[in-house]
Design a protein around this ligand. Structure first.
Ligand code: FES
Length: 200
C-alpha cells in the first residue's frame, strides 16, 4: 500500500468514526429534550380524574376524595334531606344557581346529575377566603346550628353557612355557592370526578 493510499484509508476511518460518535451524541441529547416536553407523572396525578364507588357511602354519609389537591365531598343524601332542600330557598343568596359555580347539568336545587339526584359532589372549599367548611349534615338543633337548620355545611373561619346542595345562605361572608366539579357516572355505582366528557 502506497503512503497516499494509507492516508486516504485513515481519513475514511476518521470520518466514519466521527459520524458514529456524533449520532450517539445526538441521540443522547434528543431523549432528555423530548422528555422535557412530556407531562411528569406527578403532573398527571395532580390533574387526573378520581373514581369513587358510591355504593360504599351509606345514606346520610359523606366521603372526602381528593382531586387536584382540593377536598371534594361526595354525599349520599337521604330522602328526608332531599325533601328539606326545597324548603329554604327564600334564605339563600342564589337558590337557582345563576352564578356558574356548577356544570349546566347540575343547575338545579339538588345541584346534581339526574341519574342519582341524591348524590352531591362538591368542592369543599369556602368561597369566601378558602377555608374548609365542616359538615353539619344533620337537621335540627343537635349539631349546634339551631332548630331550623336543615343540614349542610358551616365554615368556622367567618361563619358562612351552606345547605346540603352547597348553596350559600344570605348574610354569610361567602358571596357565592360552593363549586360543583365536573363529574360523570361510569356505572350505576361509580362516578368519575374531574371528567364529564361523553354524556355531559
Ligand atoms: S373562609 Fe369561610 S367564611 Fe371566611
Amino acid at each position: 500500500m502506497s503512503q497516499n493510499e494509507v492516508d486516504r484509508s485513515k481519513r475514511r476511518f476518521l470520518i466514519a468514526a466521527t459520524t458514529a460518535v456524533g449520532g450517539v451524541a445526538a441521540a443522547g441529547v434528543a431523549v432528555p429534550f423530548l422528555a422535557s416536553w412530556l407531562p411528569s407523572q406527578r403532573a398527571k396525578a395532580a390533574g387526573a380524574p378520581v373514581e369513587v364507588d358510591i355504593s360504599k357511602i351509606e345514606p346520610g354519609m359523606i366521603v372526602n376524595v381528593g382531586w387536584r389537591g382540593k377536598p371534594v365531598w361526595v354525599v349520599n343524601r337521604t330522602k328526608e334531606m332531599m325533601d328539606l332542600l326545597v324548603k329554604h330557598d327564600g334564605k339563600l343568596s342564589d337558590p337557582k344557581c345563576e352564578v356558574p359555580q356548577q356544570p349546566e347539568y347540575c343547575k338545579n336545587a339538588a345541584r346534581s346529575r339526574k341519574e342519582h339526584a341524591n348524590i352531591l359532589v362538591a368542592v369543599g372549599i369556602c368561597t369566601h377566603l378558602g377555608c374548609s367548611p365542616s359538615e353539619k349534615l344533620k337537621a335540627g338543633a343537635e349539631g349546634g346550628m339551631g332548630d331550623d337548620w336543615h343540614g349542610g355545611f358551616f365554615c368556622p373561619c367567618h361563619g358562612s353557612r351552606f345547605d346540603l346542595s352547597g348553596r350559600v345562605f344570605a348574610g354569610s361572608p361567602a358571596p357565592i355557592n360552593l363549586e360543583i366539579p365536573p363529574y360523570k357516572y361510569l356505572s350505576d355505582s361509580r362516578i368519575l370526578v374531574g371528567d364529564d366528557s361523553k354524556g355531559a
